[in-house]
Design a protein around this ligand. Structure first.
Ligand code: FAD
Length: 362
């Protein structure tokens, strides 16, 4: 099989890879983005309900500390709106007993995006030539060659789907996932491989829930929709309503660790029972519900991520390296950002760094 030869290959079509492609596309005609899934967006996932997009990945950006996200929203003509936080919160103790508590607004204030976070990815996609993005292209092997880098697409237990060759590669996926699922030849330096495995993938161990309603009972009761529970299943709850009117929404993170999580209908029923206890019986009658367990996603999480990181780790380029193999392979992806790693802002800044290294005059 003769490899297809291009200048630059981006591996991963999450926000970071898509932003790198958007930056490089105008100057680099020979560009390919290989995405393992049948969709772009990675950890950004927003199922649609009658024109509303429910964020099952990131919900917030923080305008006060996210300059790149702000700029991208402006460039794509999108609109943000503040997280609804007016009213009182709810707290549920270990024994299930619920009480009303003072509200606890986010600091700095968090904003949601009209059209869901996927509108960032869709906006970028519209500006990237169609031929660049190849879905259903999981990379399984990356090889250093005398004159560049060889990339094999496919599964280890099947014949390769295709091979490509490039002068430069941008790795726009979590470094832990890359170290765990891609075979590098020759071996990566030991310290680098270990640092990649140690960089936990932010939120990969979590599961998120979204319920949609045609009215927001909790607001009528003077509640903000914010809740905090020590018994679960949801550990943290927020108002997830649309910016205009219907649908209204409650959304939250499951508090049960991935290793002990038993998904399925029982989980949804238990969450709706919890919501009705916290926000009234109407909360058990949603128009629609969505549930996403990120720990079960082979193109996000590894077995290491099932032990969820509860505190935000300090992400940095692995082992201090922003590239390896003499500048042939560059790290992007939020976990390799120099600052605000783990967040959308870090996904953009790491993409910017990799794109300018690959194409300094771009
Ligand atoms: C539940 C949840 C809530 C979050 N909340 C927030 C929030 O409120 N605010 C915030 O700023 N951030 C939040 N985040 C983090 C945010 O989602 C990430 O920072 C951002 O989406 C990361 O983008 P990325 O492109 O670096 O990585 P990813 O989105 O993980 O993209 C990597 C891409 O690589 C692809 N891929 C994987 N393996 C291969 C392979 N072998 N070959 C080819 N492609 C491959 C994947 O399919 C994926 O598309 C949250 C994340 C989750 C899961």
């Amino acid at each position: 099989m003769q490899p297809e030869t291009v200048d630059t290959i981006i591996i991963g079509g999450g926000l970071s890879g898509m932003y790198a492609a958007f930056l490089l596309a105008p100057t680099n005609r020979s560009l390919v983005l290989l995405e393992a899934r049948s969709r772009v967006g990675g950890r950004i996932l927003c199922p649609e309900h009658q024109g509303f997009f429910a964020d099952l990945g990131p919900s917030w950006y923080w305008p006060m500390i996210n300059p790149r996200v702000n700029a991208l929203i402006r460039a794509l003509h999108l609109k943000g709106y503040p997280q609804f936080e007016t009213g009182l919160g709810r707290f549920q103790a270990k024994d299930g007993h619920a009480e009303t508590i003072a509200g606890y607004p986010m600091e700095p204030p968090g904003w949601r995006l009209a059209g869901g976070m996927i509108s960032l990815v869709n906006g970028l996609r519209e500006r990237i030539p169609e031929a660049v993005i190849r879905l259903n292209h999981p990379v399984c092997e990356i090889q250093r060659l005398d004159d560049g880098v060889g990339v094999t697409v496919g599964r280890f237990d099947q014949e390769p789907r295709c091979r490509l060759k490039a002068s430069r590669v941008i790795l726009a996926l979590p470094p832990r996932l890359a170290a765990r699922s891609i075979l590098f030849t020759p071996d990566l330096p030991y310290d680098l491989a270990q640092a990649m495995l140690r960089a936990s993938t932010w939120m990969a161990g979590h599961a998120k829930f979204f319920a949609l309603y045609d009215q927001a009972d909790w607001r009528r009761f003077g509640l903000s929709g914010q809740g905090f529970s020590l018994c679960g299943p949801l550990g943290e709850i927020h108002d997830g309503s649309s910016d205009t009117h219907r649908p209204y929404g409650l959304t939250g993170f499951v508090g049960i660790p991935a290793l002990r999580r038993n998904n399925g209908d029982g989980m949804i029923r238990a969450i709706l029972t919890q919501l009705s206890l916290l926000y009234g019986p109407g909360a058990a009658q949603p128009l629609n519900v969505y549930y996403q367990d990120w720990a079960r996603e082979e193109f996000t999480a590894t077995e290491y991520d099932k032990r969820a990181a509860h505190h935000h780790p300090e992400f940095l380029p692995p082992s201090g390296a922003t590239s390896f193999w003499n500048g042939a392979v560059h790290f992007a992806g939020t976990e390799t950002a120099d600052e605000l790693g783990g967040y959308l802002e870090g996904a953009l800044s790491s993409a910017e760094r990799a794109a300018s290294a690959v194409c300094p005059f771009g």
